[in-house]
Design a binder for this molecule. Sequence first.
Ligand code: ZN
Length: 396
Amino acid sequence: MQVILRAFVWDFAYDKMSSTFRRLREEWGLDGISFVVTNPAKLLLLPNSEQARFQYADEGAVCFCPERSWYADLNLMPISSKLCGMRNPLKEVTEKAKELGLRVSAVVSCCYNPSLGKEHPELTVQNALGDRILHLLCPANPTVREFLVRMVGDLVTNYPLDAVELEDLGYLNLTKLDSLTTDLLLPPAADFLLSRCFCEYCCQIAVERGIEIERVRFFVQTELEQFFIAPTELSLSPLEWDFWEGLVEGEARKVIHMRMDIVSSLLSLLVEQISHKHDKRAHVEGHLLPASLWQVGIDRQRLRELADVVEVDAKEVAPERLPPYLLLNRQVLGEQAELWVRLHPSERFIPNKQAFLAQVRACKEQKVDGVVIVGYGSLRKQNWDWIREAITLLKS
Ligand SMILES: [Zn+2]
């Protein structure tokens, strides 16, 4: 059982890193640290960071200095965070952590990127109404695909990584953005309809496959126009494959399969770069309910074939509900991919320490292959005790 901690590079100060990493390995018993590469929000409140407690970050920017040659003739590079200053924080933390015997991985957000989307709207999702969703990159866009492959190439060659954790891969939804302000109640189906991509690349692939994509787009447009007047039956219906695939006289089924092929082939390119060319492990974000993965365009079969590890997030899940979810995932993944669980040791997501440790016990009893504990500088110090107890439990 591997136990790793997920942290921001901003949690650590250069002059304290050695002693901190030594303590995390020797006293806490951690196997490794995974560093979040992309700033997830505009403001990070890190009460126990060794640096500033308030980090005004550039959402979507990265905590490393991209090596230019990787992005030559692409006309696109990862945007380096202003918080980096003249340094390369990812280099400093990964090299130091590795030197002190910890395993190291990088968390890469694939299709969620507000900074890049604002600078390059042509890379983003364009919905049935023609609106660009600037925080979501379209996985069918050839430049997006090439960019992601090169970025993971840059990371696996220039940093001493053992693994890359791919997150937000696929066709994401509008509400991925936490700070969305609206007076609309957006049920999952409405969110889904609002976020579907009909950009030139998605449409071109559909036409090549003989899909009546304009008919599908017009159907979604009409639904959305109705939804903006009053909630519709479709906008309130559950997102279940059996029902949705039958829409537009079965054309919807063809679109759903097309999206899964697009995302699977992108995942295959990324895995080629991470695992086959550079012999690192590819972790891919899955879902506690594998039956919902089609919604973002992930094909369960291809996922288990391609990923070394599938990570599922147990945020806000009651401990007694965790075992059946894990069992489901194990059935889907078989022995082909490892199953890891992300746990959040914070009162924001789980009522108290007892409930958190019950989640931890569920992971141990279900014999998951690894646990990622999310948070370090962003947590209260009392929650660090939860982590230490969890590690003791998992390693016993
Ligand atoms: Zn598209």
